[in-house]
Design a protein around this ligand. Sequence first.
Ligand SMILES: [Zn+2]
Length: 242
Amino acid sequence: MPNHNPLSRREFVRDAAVLTGCFAWAAEHDANAAPPAQATGEKQLTAEESLRDLLEGNARFADGRAENPRRSPKDFAAGADTHLPQAVIVGCADARVPPEVLFDQGVGDLFVVRVAGNIINGAGATVKGSIEYAVLELGVPLIVVLGHANCGAVKAAIKHLDANDTLPGAIESLVLNIKPTVATIRNKPGDLLENAIRANVAAGVETLKKLDPIVAPAIREGRLRVVGATYDLRAGRVALVA
Ligand SMILES: [Zn+2]
């Protein structure tokens, strides 16, 4: 990690005894209150530090130098009473895109929301509420919307864009959320699938940037940054796209 040691960060947090139970905040939380991470004074990373650390971790992973940090019993036991992830990753459910692995992070480092097609707009309150919780209650400074090459959900949106058909079960609704974005870039030069994957990530980023009453104000106040990225399945590398 740049400029700090992640273990010492977590040790400090543990000493600060921030006991944020999962979703225990709901009933009494004031939306204007500072998140516990700030309120108790322990050190959270800045968005820039977090992003740099994620990209450095991805470089280690892609180059075969992964350190697999914070995965031993002493690590996860030590963090049992604290919850201070450095980033939210909104990623695809695709089995080939596991955030902790490809960013070379450990237990407690990432707040991961995974849904096929890494959709946000139209995904409903469960996805947005999860993200908002991480921002409001955990003081997470960075959100990464992470798409990936060869995404099956985006491929389905392309395949069924003009087809007058209905996909089985809830898959229809899921793919419907991606189709409008695909429609906006269908005539752009270049590879349609790659363009659609990037556009789908960008649409997610834009949705979050406008998401009131928690995410958008946090961005305006400089407490939060939202970026979009794609992951190359073959090379193992993450590239920023938005
Ligand atoms: Zn996917």
